[in-house]
Write a protein of this length. Structure first.
Length: 502
């Protein structure tokens, strides 16, 4: 079949693989709903990636292509593969380290991640269609989440008779969308939102304008999910990326327009409320004070965008970059002061305020602080190579129990993940594994910074920053992580060849 495709090669196979992972993988839930979604996602990921690698290698050998000498950016990737392999083989929990003891995050998964990065960098390149494909799948994922908020058990993703509003009440965890846990959904949205925003900002054009739709839906669903890590990641990407993105009035105008879209989504989230009653799901829209604030801010940004269109003598890109950097710095300082002095009802802001005052309670961040402390205590046992890929559940005996007032039932949740991707690498693959992983991310970020005058580099760099920040609070599972390694591969592929955006 491959011989009938004119010019078939590893590049075409890689393009098909990227399209499959962007269009289908985020939406695939298997055939058992959330009950078996982890296994379903894992099988899809392994099968698709293994088939792509086998086909690409066969086509490369058929074309008698000589392997390239590893570039500097590939060295930490190869080091990561070596460390993970040794860590898995010498672990006291071998052979459980091959597949993983809890979340299918063992050696096979880690090696496939690295091979995605190397293979996409070798045979792939940045294409406009990829952001459109991601927009398509994220739109459908968010539409599924909207139906769930309305009480529809879309694709049987909840147990019979239960819904999104039963999360942590009648079952452990909170599920939304087509990725399961809301923390995993947050990971996907923190990859998608900056990509949509930056693409429209730096490129513009009618073809990309429709990305305002998935941006709107993504922001709305992220707000409804209640995952604070998403807001932190997007804020960091905005503050660090704005001085590089907003170098012309046209870009600033488009950025203000997309920001207004995001604020409209936040206004809808502030006005929307839903709850489970005996008659079913009751939801309503109410123009709250917060919704009015968001609407007013969106209108102000719209007016500012129109005002920019009247500028006759635009400042130089360097001057605009410095001005935007000054505004971002002022916003950062102002936001820090606001949080420091916060005394409102938001639990997340209240916890951040207490942290700034030097008060660090184990219950903060849905008990993440306590989980991090207990996980860190395990690091000295195997400091260099860790306990082995995905072995934390075998080393950490930690459970959370609480009585749900609404039902009188006791919900028990065991801990099998560090809830921090970096800490997860540290405890499972050791200092060497974490160092290699950080080297991969730092190398990719350095590539984006060196090529910051390229629009593609800006899009990829802002997306990378957002992912790296949310990783500090995320689970780091194969539900969304393969897309991050695709991103790493595209960053290096884009700048190893003279390729075009389209």
């Amino acid at each position: 079949m491959l011989e009938r495709v004119k010019g078939a090669g590893p590049e075409q196979a890689t393009h098909c693989y990227i399209m499959l992972m962007l269009a289908v993988f985020p939406l695939f839930t298997g055939f058992s709903g959330y009950a078996n979604i982890t296994f379903s996602k894992y099988i899809f990921f392994v099968a698709a990636t293994a088939l792509w690698l086998a086909v690409s290698l066969a086509l490369s050998l058929r074309g008698k292509r000589a392997p390239e000498r590893p570039k500097a950016w590939a060295l930490p990737v190869l080091g990561f593969m070596a460390v993970c392999t040794v860590s898995a083989l010498v672990s006291e929990f071998f052979p459980a380290t091959i597949i993983g003891a809890a979340r299918y995050d063992g050696l096979v998964t880690q090696l496939l991640y690295a091979l995605i990065c190397l293979g996409v960098a070798r045979w792939g390149r940045v294409r406009e269609i990829y952001v459109h494909t991601l927009g398509f799948s994220v739109t459908l994922c968010c539409i599924a989440a909207v139906f769930q908020l309305w009480g529809c058990n879309f694709l049987w993703l909840f147990p019979d008779g239960l819904s999104f509003y039963d999360g942590n009440i009648r079952y452990s965890g909170v599920f939304l969308g087509t990725l399961g846990n809301v923390d995993v959904l947050c990971s996907l949205l923190c990859l998608a939102i900056p990509a949509f925003f930056a693409c429209v900002t730096v490129y513009g054009g009618a073809r990309l304008g429709w990305l305002a739709l998935p941006l709107f839906l993504s922001v709305f669903i992220l707000a409804e999910s209640g995952v604070a890590a998403g807001a932190a990641a997007l804020a960091a990407a905005a503050v660090l990326g704005a001085p590089f993105l907003l170098t012309t009035p046209a870009r600033a105008r488009r950025a203000l327009g997309m920001s207004a879209v995001a604020l409209l989504a936040l206004a809808l989230s502030a006005a929307f409320s839903g709850e489970k009653t005996e008659a079913g799901i009751a939801w309503s829209l109410e123009l709250t004070a917060r919704a009015l604030d968001c609407l007013a801010a969106a209108a102000a940004l719209g007016i500012a965008a129109l005002a920019l269109a009247l500028v006759r003598r635009p400042p130089s890109p360097a001057a605009m970059s410095r001005g935007v950097a000054a505004v971002c710095l002022a916003a950062l300082v102002g936001g820090t002061v606001y949080v420091y002095r916060y005394s409102g009802s938001s639990e997340t802001l209240a916890e951040l305020s207490r942290v700034l005052h030097g008060q660090l309670d184990g219950s903060f961040g849905s008990s993440r602080i306590l989980i991090w402390r207990e996980t860190l205590a395990l690091v000295p046992e195997h400091p260099l190579l860790g306990g082995g890929p995905d072995t934390l559940s075998l080393r950490l005996d930690m459970e959370f129990s609480r009585v749900v007032e609404e039902t009188g039932r006791t919900i028990t949740r065991s801990v099998d993940n560090a809830h921090n991707e970096y800490l997860g690498f540290l405890v499972n693959e050791g200092l060497l594994g974490l160092g290699a992983y950080l080297g991969i991310a730092a190398s990719a970020l350095a590539v984006c910074f060196r090529r910051r005058k390229s629009p593609s580099a800006l899009v990829l760099g802002v997306t990378l920053v957002s992912w790296c920040v949310q990783s500090f609070f995320s689970l780091g599972l194969c539900f969304a992580a393969p897309l991050f390694w695709l991103l790493l591969g595209l960053i290096n592929a884009r700048f190893r060849r003279k390729t075009q955006w389209r």
